[in-house]
Design a protein around this ligand. Sequence first.
Ligand SMILES: *Cc1c(COP(=O)(O)O)cnc(C)c1O
Length: 401
Amino acid sequence: MNDYFKTYPDAKGNYGQYGGSFIPPNLQAEMEKITDAYYSISKSHEFISELRNIRKHFQGRPTPVYFAKRLSDEYGGRIYLKREDLNHTGAHKLNHCMGEALLAKYLGKKKLIAETGAGQHGVALATAAAYFGLECEIHMGEVDIKKEHPNVVRMKILGAKVVPVSRGLKTLKEAVDSAFEAYMADPVNSIYCIGSVVGPHPFPMMVREFQRVVGIEAKEQFFEMTGEHPDSVLACVGGGSNAMGIFSAYIEDENVRLYGVEPMGTGTKTGQHAATITYGKPGLIHGFKCYLLQDDQGQPSPVYSIASGLDYPGVGPEHSMLHDMGRVTYTSVSDEEAVDAFFQLSRKEGIIPALESAHAVAFALKLARQEPRRSILVNLSGRGDKDIDFVVEKYGARYSI
Ligand SMILES: *Cc1c(COP(=O)(O)O)cnc(C)c1O
């Protein structure tokens, strides 16, 4: 796997047979402009030093790597956590939002446009917009607006405009369509900022590059603490941005095993899950090719996870390729296992994780039991404040609350 980052993606944004750009010609022209700008601007000394400054003084980076001693004592293994929950706004998403917004500033754009499902990406982007003094327009399905009230309020406090989307199922897919239309109506003054390593080229590449800081920091920190590399590196996979962030540092080290953890929801029998690589087949969604949970007509299936940040029927094209290559192992854990890990980490370490991140923790606990002498590095993608009311309402009794 030498020269991995020079090889993937190719100039057209292909990761093997995945990725690419399947969009109307007028949108394609805009994507090519963004690609050119990304290559010329983001490699400049000025851009790199401004982003470094932001990460240090605004985001609070580097985030620590933490040895979870009580958890390791209980389960075996040596479990380490990369604390993205301590990144400003409480998750890894700000890493790419600040990068995308800085690029927008260099391009002279006035407005950031995006969709949001649960509101996490919307809040991170609204934060970036406030920092740079840019306008921000977040498209959100009416169903999600009702469900995710606190995040809607946060976006408004941060000065963003929340645009309700009332067509179709009134959730994430329609919000993406609506946000793309708004962007196409004014591509000169606005820029679209995607929320994960998905969408047409150059987004999967750009978002990966902005997330690489997680892996670069973690690799150095882990080595400083232990004098070696971890045996296994784990991350949850929705679209796959936090996973690409940490995997990227180890992808060329073939001895480090990489695990992507997908949401099994309530299980295969019910069909209520979002385990895209485990059960999907190659297909098209939102302008790119990837593993996709789909019906007979190739339409994206409805998906479900207790962690709303993981319920996407597609997955990043790079993950699709890494699965086929066998470089990353994709596995899954259920809602119940994730909730159990949520309480284990809270009560044994004093860290309340996001339900998304709890999926990676749950698999770490299983692996630790199987391999008690090995080390595991988990990307703890975010904190769980957003999830506490829901968890207590649904599972409180079982955990004596
Ligand atoms: C959005 C989100 C995820 C899922 O997104 P990826 O692109 O797969 O990383 C995971 N964890 C948290 C805390 C999130 O907010």
